[in-house]
Design a protein around this ligand. Structure first.
Ligand code: AMP
Ligand code: MG
Length: 419
């Protein structure tokens, strides 16, 4: 007898997954290996930046008061008593009409209160003495890069869960993070099920197709920031599948299977969940593609039974697996960025389920337009390559027309994925 499944709305399914108590953990890694990882702590300034008043130019540190009477026709002369480069501190304190030659990044010497740029002075050498001639009045504080002007000690600069970009690395280095606290990448096991599946290196045979889901899911897992562990493909045989799933669960945080989750004679995943004693959160979602997507929990491990149909598999991962992985990586933005866009094609047929149409966005005069990247069927594999967004078409009694404004879920990182 074919089991009847009751579909639940997409948002309810997402909420059920996110209500699971699966949490991430933290590890320390070297700064040089931290690119693209997620911070597991806030980065807080433990000192002012810059940590001292410094010169933003090559020039001369002076006492502004000495230039009070300087002008085009009344140049003043200052004696240069010392020269300091970045990384060194002046040993002398200028007195009236004395200056210190200073390079970019060097600390402002005691007794001086302004810097005049090299290009604005005339240098004179009188025997062993070095003078500069200044033809303008310099104000107190001119050309100083002040302590704390970039940030103050105690400021939270990058939130926990942020992705470590090159800019974040610069901050980590600034604050002395030789080791960086990051979220441990969740281990995500992957099985493709289906006796019809071939590996990429195998020649096509009658009735067989190549397994495209596992490499795709591997890519999606990596893009989410987690660690994929591909365990191979499984024939549609209950015992083989059961034992393999059971063993894999020992090694992973989350196990993704593709295929075998519908109600056909060789769809063994539902029986596997039952024999394991896993709690099934849902096994039917009101969406196209991917309505058979099933999520279960067993001993703190999460099982994602994605459809074997490539488009359905892709959508199932994006909607249900990615957000909980992102949360385990402490991301403050576990969901993909959303916006709205205008359809460039008609979808005349009404559908009872919400459709997630694989689309490509185009920007024209500040507005976003979308058109499908291929066949809008769950079995389509070619629509995935170019897609950078899903157009979300809620179910109902009507279709959609070109020109309709619809919700979009963006598939490329950026926006909310950064910082
Ligand atoms: P299933 O979910 O097992 O009923 O499979 C649904 C459809 O997806 C069938 O046409 C399968 O041949 C196809 N399929 C299943 N697994 C894969 C895979 N790993 N790669 C590509 N197509 C697949
Ligand atoms: Mg199958």
């Amino acid at each position: 007898m074919v089991e009847r499944r009751k579909p639940i709305p997409v948002q309810e399914a997402v909420d059920k997954v996110m209500a699971l108590s699966y949490e991430g953990s933290t590890e320390l890694i070297s700064l040089s290996e931290s690119d693209g990882r997620h911070l597991s702590e806030d980065v807080k300034a433990d000192h002012d930046v810059p940590p001292f008043d410094r010169s933003p130019y090559d020039g001369f540190a002076i006492r502004s008061v000495d230039t009070y009477n300087a002008g085009q026709d009344s140049p003043i002369e200052l004696e240069v008593i010392e020269e300091i480069g970045a990384g060194t501190v002046a040993t002398k304190i200028p007195e009236a009409n004395q200056a210190i030659r200073i390079m970019t990044g060097a600390p402002i010497p005691e007794g001086t209160d302004a810097v005049i740029m090299l290009e604005l002075v005339q240098e004179l050498q009188v025997e062993a003495q070095h003078f500069i001639k200044i033809k303008r009045r310099v104000k107190k504080g001119d050309n100083l890069s002040l302590q704390g002007e970039d940030t103050r000690k105690g400021t939270i600069l990058v939130e926990k869960g942020s992705i470590i970009t090159p800019g974040v690395k610069a901050l980590l280095a600034t604050f002395g993070y030789a080791k960086v606290p990051v979220a441990v990448k969740p281990d995500v096991g992957i099985f493709a099920t289906g006796t019809e599946l071939l590996d990429p290196e195998e020649a096509l045979e009658p009735g067989k197709i190549r397994n495209s889901n596992s490499p795709m899911i591997e890519g999606q897992v990596k893009a989410a920031g987690a660690n994929p562990l591909y365990f191979g493909k499984l024939d549609d045989d209950f015992e083989t599948c059961f034992t393999s799933v059971q063993q894999a669960l020992e090694k992973v945080d989350l196990l993704i299977t593709t295929g075998g989750v519908s109600v056909g004679d060789y769809d063994y995943l539902p029986a596997i969940y039952e024999k394991l004693g896993a709690t099934v959160l849902f096994n039917k979602v009101g969406m196209r593609p991917g309505s058979v997507t099933t999520v279960a929990e067993w001993n703190g491990k999460l099982l994602f039974g994605l459809s074997g149909n490539p488009s359905a598999c892709f959508v199932g991962f994006e909607l249900f697996a990615r957000p909980i992985l992102k949360r385990a990586l402490f991301s403050q933005y576990p969901y993909r960025m959303k916006s709205m866009g205008t359809l460039l094609t008609d979808f005349p047929k009404p559908n009872p389920f919400t459709r997630f149409v694989r689309c490509r966005t185009e920007e024209r005069e500040g507005r976003i337009y979308v058109k499908p990247t291929g066949l809008d069927k769950s079995g389509s594999v070619t629509s995935l390559a170019e897609a950078n967004a899903f157009a979300v078409l809620p179910g109902g009694t009507r279709g959609y027309k070109s020109g309709d404004l619809v919700d979009l879920i963006h598939l490329r990182d950026g926006g909310s994925d950064y910082l």
